[in-house]
Design a protein around this ligand. Structure first.
Ligand SMILES: Nc1nc2c(ncn2[C@@H]2O[C@H](COP(=O)(O)OP(=O)(O)OP(=O)(O)O)[C@@H](O)[C@H]2O)c(=O)[nH]1
Length: 308
């Protein structure tokens, strides 16, 4: 039996998505459109994606058939998720999404005109169509994130780092933007374990990761590279700017008092920094940062070494 060609498969999918209103061009919004019709349509459409951004984007677009809006905000702090769609508006109505005892986030509808009671009732009757799609999307997000996170420190793990580094290198080439990398290692970390125990060492590792994340704009670019080693990817950052970030991280680590088994410990970190060269591979970029880190250690620790 001949298997369907890829072209056929794509045609079928796009036709199906088109019928559900996912065409490339946004459909002309027809009004009036009954609430019951819209509820039915949303019930089908919203379950075709597991991405919160996509689900809320569709919801935001479609509900405007019955309630014109200027903006929609969705917040789910437990998933570290905040999405903003549209512009700001003076008036707002807020709903908390709950399913049984589970909090599925908060939705804020905004616009410059007051919401009438009828409009609020309409929104309330459409909100249930979001519950299961959002719940599935949150579960999916949690599952994919846990596969990509280091459970101890909450930073990205090695798999996430490999994927992100490759993607950032491609972006850097395509958009002709610099890309730098910092490799950070805690100095004499073995002493913390030896003096206070492994579990106290774990607490210190968590605190160091938190201190690194506090100093950075994009916390999604911090990865635990090895035991007490972290890797920080700095997109659109040249050598000089990366050196400044590296020094900032070094000062922050030194300024902080870490708690190990109830005792205050002072720590320093050493860093190696490399900036992507034309045509350079991910391996080579990592190797150069690692060699620079080795030099920083050899030359006395608590320092930043730039790769040559
Ligand atoms: N508590 C804890 N310790 C870890 C973990 N992973 C690695 N380590 C410890 O990190 C220490 C690393 O020690 P070394 O590689 O000798 O380096 P160091 O003592 O930091 O010294 P320098 O890097 O040379 O400044 C070892 O004691 C490891 O057991 C972890 O997940 N938790």
């Amino acid at each position: 039996m001949k298997s369907p060609s890829q072209t056929n498969a794509i045609d079928f999918d796009s036709a199906k998505l088109q019928r559900l209103g996912f065409g490339q061009r946004p459909p002309v919004l027809e009004r009036p459109f009954s609430l019951a019709q819209l509820r039915q349509q949303l019930g089908q459409q919203l379950q075709t994606s597991l991405e919160p951004q996509r689900i809320l984007g569709l919801f935001f677009r479609e509900i405007q058939r019955v309630v014109p809006l200027d903006a929609l905000t969705y917040k789910h702090p437990a998933s570290d998720l905040r999405l903003e769609l549209g512009q700001r508006g003076h008036h707002s109505v807020t709903y908390s999404l709950n399913h049984e005892d589970e909090n599925l986030g908060e939705l804020i509808f905004r616009r410059n005109q007051r919401f009438s009671e009828y409009e609020q009732a309409s929104l309330e009757s459409l909100l249930p169509t979001l519950l299961f799609p959002i719940r599935n999307a949150l579960l999916y997000r949690a599952a994919t994130q846990s596969a990509l996170r280091d459970p101890l420190t909450g930073t990205g793990n090695r798999i996430a780092m490999d994927q992100t580094l490759q993607r950032e290198i491609e972006m850097s080439r395509r958009h002709l933007m610099p890309l730098s990398l910092l490799m950070l290692d805690i100095d004499h970390f073995k002493n913390v374990n030896d003096n206070y125990g492994h579990s106290a060492g774990d607490d210190v590792l968590k605190a160091v990761a938190a201190s690194i994340k506090n100093q950075l704009r994009n916390v999604d670019m911090v990865f635990r590279f090895g035991g007490e080693e972290f890797l920080i990817l700095l997109s659109n950052t040249n050598r000089e700017a990366a050196a400044m970030v590296g020094e900032r991280l070094r000062f922050a680590a030194q300024a902080e008092n870490y708690k190990a088994d109830g005792n205050l410990v002072e720590l320093t970190v050493s860093l190696g920094c490399s900036t992507l060269l034309p045509g350079e591979s991910a391996d080579s970029l990592l190797r150069r940062a690692d060699s620079a880190l080795y030099v920083a250690k050899r030359e006395g620790r608590n320092r930043l070494q730039m790769a040559g």
